[in-house]
Design a protein around this ligand. Structure first.
Ligand code: GLV
Ligand code: MN
Ligand code: MN
Ligand code: MN
Length: 420
């Protein structure tokens, strides 16, 4: 039954594999609809539902004995132009798990549950993995509540939680809702499983990342009357700085990306005096991210002052100095998952596929709620293949067979852990 729902949410019937896009921004009306469905469905499966004050929803099915539940968890929110698998696959597979247990009247030793974490993406409200972070007490509740939507809107996380009816009364904390363990099924979002013709990734950890906003101040001026040497062109400097982040990422074997850039005043015939852009830096080791940050800060200051770095100013007219300021928005150190959970996922994946050559250990390039879950309970993740390695894109696609395989590995992992 939930297999059908899964296919419906993950892929519209008769849709071509490329017609699978989804926009379900955190705490939007469509997020509310998906949440309402989640609550109704899990209650119908015999679960008790708890909503905390950051909108995380915990659905728990009782076991033979009382105690913290072993959870399957992920997120319902998406990127503004996202796919139909990132996040919701892990939730629907968790619901499928509950329905299989119910259908076969399986009594687990301890309770088992499914959790939907609020605003994993950090797309509408720019803190990634926000509410698993609050639950782990690593992100302050006030900071999360007061986070404003990107693009200059007035909505905050708290005002939107109130508006859609998901500001729960339970304090968001692992102390109020302890988890025995957290397992997350997710699409890989990268190319490895597909290119190696493998089916299941046993995720051992997640790379480090850090988000910044860089603000450049120059001077607005007329494009037609201001000679090149008199300009303090914030956009020209931004272009050079962003180019430099790519070079340094190559040198450090790391990643650097800019996803939001705004300039003002935004007129064809005015040289922009102000630019702000985001920077997302990632690498397997915390030390690499720190080294990148230090090098970038040093080089941005030099380039802003007109000093050439790596030929970026070659054959150009020197202009006026500009100022560059950095703000750190978010830090996620490298994560290593729990050996017990990694072992349980590996054993389950080998049992379900019946072929250990279809299973590989991997590390995650993307952040996931499992990062914060792992700070407070044993955790691991299960990856299934992503067609062409594409994600955060409407073309995201994972076959129904691979989704079902992942759901089986999730079910087995939770059951094995419950009996450990
Ligand atoms: C969060 O999912 C991230 O990796 O940005
Ligand atoms: Mn995700
Ligand atoms: Mn995502
Ligand atoms: Mn993610």
């Amino acid at each position: 039954m939930y297999r059908d729902v899964l296919i419906l949410y993950c892929r519209a019937p008769n849709a071509a594999p490329t017609e699978t896009g989804m926009s379900r921004l955190a705490l939007s009306d469509s997020d509310k609809q998906a949440r309402d469905w989640f609550v109704k469905t899990t209650k119908a499966l015999g679960c008790t539902v708890t909503i905390d004050n950051i909108g995380n929803i915990f659905a728990v099915r009782p076991g033979r004995r009382e105690g913290p539940a072993t959870f399957a968890g992920s997120h319902l929110d998406t990127q503004p132009s996202g796919g139909r698998y990132d996040g919701i696959l892990g939730i629907l597979a968790g619901i499928e798990m509950l329905s299989v247990l119910q259908e076969h009247q399986v009594e687990t030793e301890f309770p088992v549950g499914v959790v939907n974490w609020t605003n994993e993406e950090g797309a509408r409200f720019p803190i990634s993995m926000m509410s698993s972070g609050v639950w782990a007490e690593e992100i302050a509740l006030d900071r999360a509540h007061n986070t404003r939507e990107v693009g200059g809107g007035t909505a905050t996380v708290k005002s939107e939680l109130e508006r859609i009816g998901y500001l729960g009364s339970t304090p968001a904390s692992y102390r109020s809702v302890p988890l025995a363990a957290h397992f997350e099924l997710h699409i890989e979002q990268g190319p490895i499983l597909e290119s190696e013709k493998q089916k299941v990734g046993v995720v051992k950890g997640v790379q480090a990342y850090k988000w910044f906003t860089v603000n450049i101040d120059g001077r607005d001026a007329h494009t037609g009357t201001t000679p090149l040497q008199s300009r303090a062109d914030a956009m020209l400097l931004a272009a050079r700085l962003i180019t430099h982040t790519h070079r340094l990422a190559t040198a450090h074997n790391a990643l650097a990306s800019t996803g939001i850039l705004t300039l003002s005043p935004g007129s064809t015939n005015t040289i922009p005096g102000h630019v702000s852009f985001t920077l997302d830096i990632r690498a397997p080791a915390d030390a690499t991210v720190e080294a990148m940050e230090a090098d970038l800060k040093r080089d941005f200051a030099a380039l802003a002052a007109g000093k050439d770095i790596g030929g970026l100013l070659a054959n150009s007219t020197p202009g006026k100095p500009l100022s560059v300021e950095w703000r750190t928005d978010f830090v996620s150190p490298a994560t290593i998952f729990h050996p017990d959970c990694i072992g349980v996922v590996r054993a389950s994946a080998e049992a379900v596929t019946g072929d250990s050559s279809l299973v590989r250990d991997m590390s995650s390039g993307a952040g996931h709620d499992s990062v914060y879950a792992s700070r407070r309970c044993p955790t691991s993740m299960i990856f299934v293949p992503s067609k062409n390695g594409v994600s955060h894109n409407p073309e995201e696609y994972t076959s129904p067979e691979d989704c079902a395989l992942g759901a089986e590995v999730l079910l087995q992992s939770v059951l094995r852990y419950d009996r450990m």
